[in-house]
Design a binder for this molecule. Structure first.
Ligand SMILES: Cc1cc2nc3c(=O)[nH]c(=O)nc-3n(C[C@H](O)[C@H](O)[C@H](O)COP(=O)(O)OP(=O)(O)OC[C@H]3O[C@@H](n4cnc5c(N)ncnc54)[C@H](O)[C@@H]3O)c2cc1C
Length: 403
């Protein structure tokens, strides 16, 4: 830890709750705790806010999932993104409701229809549209390999750092302490129960710790004898600037295209950010190559040109690689670990938990303050599901993997 960080914010010796990790989940939870009156909260971040997946996120905001629990988290989070000034009251998440399309192969039409129906039943604004409808909804799109898609007109994109800093500012205003450049070295227990969090600057005594350390979670879980089968994975995104032949004055819709395991979001400066999720591979989060590979650029260019033929001559403008934590079934673990009372975890985000983080923060804060999450039932996210031999199965899974 640098001397500047020590002098700027002194590390307290005790706290009601210590949150490990200054990503979107950590600061969202800290804010929601403070909003509920638990203000003696310390967020401990090893580097700076947004140093993990959050700072690299594509920040697509959509409610379409192949299961209801995650769709509920996304829907409740969307409400917070939309009503940010009332709900959070500091900063801006840069939410832009450009509309969202979920594309699937024709064989997956029954699953798509079932998922949309389930989402409509819980209030999500979504509908099934045909390939002909698609051409009106998104004039740039190629739709001859599609039969139907899901359309969410009110979903879109956010600015991940804007949301992160907004939560952090609001949390600080309510009294939360945020320590940066302060690595947590251990979660301290007596018997099984959490009694403190050790950092490079000493011990913070607490009865409640929230582990929100993303791809680094295992480094603190394994010394407690906890192994959830988590794998840090590296994933890549590439930006292309649009050719002058397309209308530079409009933004295209956000697209998750599971026919090619890819996604597209409009970026400032007449550009598109392309995610090529299927290239994700296991990695050491402390030794990540942050640049992009040539094959990833080629693949991103190919999927972009396929879905948006008008962008075939788009100019590659840059890109980056980031790391997230994949769980064995590709869904997050959000739980108070039964074997370690006082330890809550949100890990195994599996590359899809920026959009759900606002509601996850509410749920964790409710659980810590009231003994149970009320906004969304977190039972499906329990950390024991792997040991119990009951990993997650989606309600209506698609043939090709989600990104
Ligand atoms: C390229 C990319 C694109 C993505 N696109 C999307 C998307 O479009 N939509 C979406 O919903 N999700 C997306 N995701 C996933 C999303 O960004 C993550 O699920 C989310 O940001 C996870 O937030 P987090 O707070 O759990 O973890 P992180 O943001 O990784 O934060 C964890 C923090 O913990 C800190 N930390 C780790 N160990 C310690 C320690 N020992 N002591 C103190 N601090 C520690 C890290 O430095 C880090 O800042 C994407 C991810 C990537 C990488």
């Amino acid at each position: 830890m640098s001397e500047r960080a020590v002098m700027a914010v002194q590390q307290p010796k005790t706290a009601d709750v210590v949150i490990i990790g200054g990503g979107i989940v950590g600061v969202s939870t800290a804010f929601q705790l403070a909003k509920r009156g638990i203000r003696d909260v310390v967020v401990v971040e090893r580097q700076q806010l947004g140093a993990g997946a959050t700072g690299k996120s594509g920040a697509l905001i959509r409610c379409h999932y192949a299961n209801v629990p995650e769709a509920r988290l996304a829907y409740e989070s969307l409400r917070i993104f939309r009503a940010w000034d009332d709900e959070v009251g500091a900063g801006s998440p840069g939410f832009d409701p450009v509309g969202f399309l979920r594309l699937v192969i024709p064989a997956d039409e029954p699953q798509l229809r079932a998922n949309v129906a389930a989402q409509q039943a819980i209030g999500i604004e979504t509908s099934v549209v045909t390939a002909d409808d698609l051409r009106a909804i998104e004039p740039l799109i190629r739709a001859d390999d599609l039969t139907v898609a899901a359309f969410e007109p009110g979903s879109g994109v956010a600015d991940p750092n804007g949301a992160l800093y907004g939560f952090a500012e609001a949390a600080r205003e309510l009294g939360v302490t945020i320590l940066t450049e302060t690595p947590v070295t251990e979660i301290v227990t007596r018997g099984d129960r959490v009694t403190g969090v050790g950092t490079a600057a000493g011990l913070i005594s607490t009865g409640a710790a929230v582990l929100a350390a993303g791809a680094w979670s295992d480094q603190l879980l394994r010394p407690l004898g906890l192994d959830f089968g988590l794998v840090p994975v590296r994933t890549q995104v590439v930006i292309f600037r649009w050719p002058a032949t397309v209308d530079l004055g409009r933004k295209h819709r956000v697209i998750v295209d599971s026919t090619h395991g890819s996604w597209f979001r409009p970026e400032a400066g007449a550009a598109t950010l392309v995610g090529v999720g299927s290239a994700a591979r296991p990695t050491d989060p402390d030794d990540v190559d942050e640049t992009i590979d040539v094959p990833a650029v080629d693949r991103a260019r190919a999927v972009l040109a396929h879905r948006f033929p008008g962008f075939a001559a788009a100019t590659m403008r840059g890109g980056w690689a980031g790391t997230y934590m994949r769980s064995p079934d590709g869904h997050p673990l959000i739980d108070q670990v039964p074997a370690v009372p006082g330890l809550w975890v949100m890990t195994g985000d599996s590359g899809t938990s920026f959009k759900t983080a606002p509601a996850i923060g509410v749920c964790l804060a409710e659980w810590i303050t009231d003994g149970a999450a009320k906004l969304v039932d977190l039972a499906p996210f329990r950390s024991t599901r792997f040991a119990d031999g009951q990993p997650w199965t989606d309600d209506n899974p698609y043939t090709l993997p989600t990104v």
